[in-house]
Design a binder for this molecule. Structure first.
Ligand code: FES
Length: 131
């Protein structure tokens, strides 16, 4: 087992499960900001898919989960504009840093600038956050 994998599994074992709300209280397009153990985490329903993201932007601590969810311009040839990742990107409301909702990686420096993301499951009609 590699070191990174072992750390990831150890972190997963430390996570506990929290009930966020009933599914009908978090319809598509909505989000809830919850506080767990001193951390604020945004739980978002994007088109029926749930994501959970730490609500502290790694740039200057802005309320990341209050930002807009949308897409972004993809790398392309000069004079070519390709829009993509619709509904997969959250944009910090303070200075516009963008992060992939699923991985937490920033779009501009995915290896070094990232935000913590958490698993979300639905069990018995409840949205469950693993954090
Ligand atoms: S605090 Fe989020 S982009 Fe600056």
């Amino acid at each position: 087992m590699e070191k990174g994998q072992a750390e990831s599994e150890a972190r997963d074992l430390r996570q506990s499960v929290h009930v966020v709300c009933r599914t009908e209280e978090l319809p598509p397009g909505e989000r809830k900001i919850v506080e767990i153990g001193g951390r604020t985490i945004g739980v978002l329903n994007v088109g029926g898919e749930y994501f959970a993201v730490r609500n502290t932007c790694p740039h200057q601590g802005g309320p990341l989960c209050r930002g807009s969810v949308g897409g972004t311009m993809l790398p392309s040839a000069p004079q070519e504009w390709i829009f993509g990742l619709e509904g997969r990107v959250i944009r910090c409301p303070w200075h516009g840093w963008e992060f992939e909702l699923e991985s937490g990686r920033s779009l501009f420096d995915p290896e070094r600038a990232r935000v913590r993301v958490y698993p979300v499951t639905v069990e018995a009609g409840k949205v469950m956050l693993h954090a």
